[in-house]
Design a protein around this ligand. Structure first.
Ligand SMILES: Cc1cc2nc3c(=O)[nH]c(=O)nc-3n(C[C@H](O)[C@H](O)[C@H](O)COP(=O)(O)O)c2cc1C
Length: 333
């Protein structure tokens, strides 16, 4: 962060005119995905999570995850890890990198992560959790935040976890309103997020099932959270940002995009993938996005199986155009 740069999190306040942030999404929130969402109204976005140890070794693949461009601002970086030494080393590698928030991951539920005592496993060791956050707060050049779940297998300790983070000096807490045991399904616990919000002085940013504008509004109303994190709701749906914006600002909800608009955005997203991953790899990387963009479109099954075999740029572009032609006049439900 340059010294005179506008600060998103300053003195316990969140300075975001539009309190909706694009979540860190491992394997998904690479530069093309962020840029396409920013174009659709997302202001603040997170890059993909990076492992502190890999970053500290300046691993090429890890550095690749942090590739950015000037229009990709404001930007959050998220670190995973549980060793103070590597967290410090990772921060050294981030010197000179233009970012605005440093988030620490204490939320990832994946087995391969928690068996190493990282991600959500830290929720079971509040002493270490707090120690790691203190290291980051002392050393980072930008405001530090933490992303937590409500607990390991119960929400009983949710407020203690969040208070430990506040005591460690973080500038804000991101809360995924589920326990580690719930994974990504099961009900979001709005009450527990509200409890955290009541017990902290710093901003709370809520996450969980923000799939449309009304669920975004419900989250804010039921929890009192200061902001929201959009995650799966943006998969193939960058329009969610303009819709949430309209609802929060009491403006008429924009129409859902028509097929032509969807196809145009797909094409742009696909070209961005080409610039980022290289022309030879973009089709394979884009397959999952094709599926997401075309969710709920009637009669899409055959085209999707063609997409799953599209291995080069030309074949993927043909699939996008076939989607446009077949769907002309229709609407994405
Ligand atoms: C594919 C995928 C990757 C994710 N990667 C991360 C990650 O790297 N770091 C993180 O803190 N959360 C990650 N999450 C969790 C989301 O940021 C978010 O908190 C969660 O999906 C709940 O929001 P949702 O129900 O609106 O999707 C990921 C979720 C998904 C589905």
């Amino acid at each position: 962060m340059t010294p005179d740069k506008y600060c998103i999190l300053d003195k316990g306040k969140l300075n975001l005119a539009y309190p909706v942030i694009l979540a860190p999404l491992a394997g998904i929130s690479a530069l093309p995905f962020r840029l396409i969402n920013r174009k659709a109204g997302c202001i603040c976005a997170f890059a993909e999570m990076v492992h502190a140890r890999s970053l500290s070794y300046n691993n090429i693949k890890t550095r690749e995850l942090l590739r950015t461009v000037p229009s990709d601002q404001p930007l959050g970086v998220q670190l995973l890890g549980n060793e103070p030494y590597y967290l410090e080393k990772a921060l050294e590698q981030l010197e000179g990198y233009d970012y605005d928030i440093l988030d620490f991951n204490a939320a990832c539920p994946e087995r391969k992560v928690v068996v190493k005592g990282e991600g959500a496993a830290l929720l079971k060791d509040l002493h270490l959790f707090r120690q790691l956050l203190e290291v980051l707060v002392q050393r980072a050049a930008v405001p530090v935040t933490v992303k937590i779940r409500l607990g390991w297998d119960s929400a009983g300790q949710a407020c203690d976890i969040a208070r430990a983070a506040e005591d460690a000096g973080v500038a804000a807490v991101f809360v995924h309103g589920r326990t580690r045991a719930q994974g990504y399904s099961g009900k979001v616990n709005y009450k527990a997020i509200a409890g955290i919000k009541k017990s902290l002085r710093i901003p709370v940013i809520a996450s969980g099932d923000i799939f449309n504008a009304s669920l975004a509004q419900k989250m804010l109303e039921e929890t009192g959270a200061d902001a929201l994190l959009v995650a799966r709701g943006a998969f193939g749906n960058p329009w969610i940002f303009r819709e949430i914006y309209a609802l929060l600002n009491k403006e008429p909800l924009p129409q859902r995009p028509e097929i032509n608009e969807i196809a145009d955005v797909m094409k742009e997203h696909f070209h961005l993938c080409g610039d980022y991953y290289g022309r030879g790899r973009s089709a394979v990387r884009f397959r999952i996005f094709f599926v997401w963009y075309t969710r709920g479109v009637p009669g899409i099954k055959a085209l999707r199986s063609k997409v799953m075999h599209a291995a080069d740029e030309q074949s993927m572009l043909e699939c996008i155009e076939e989607f446009r032609e077949k769907g002309q006049g229709g609407k994405n439900p």
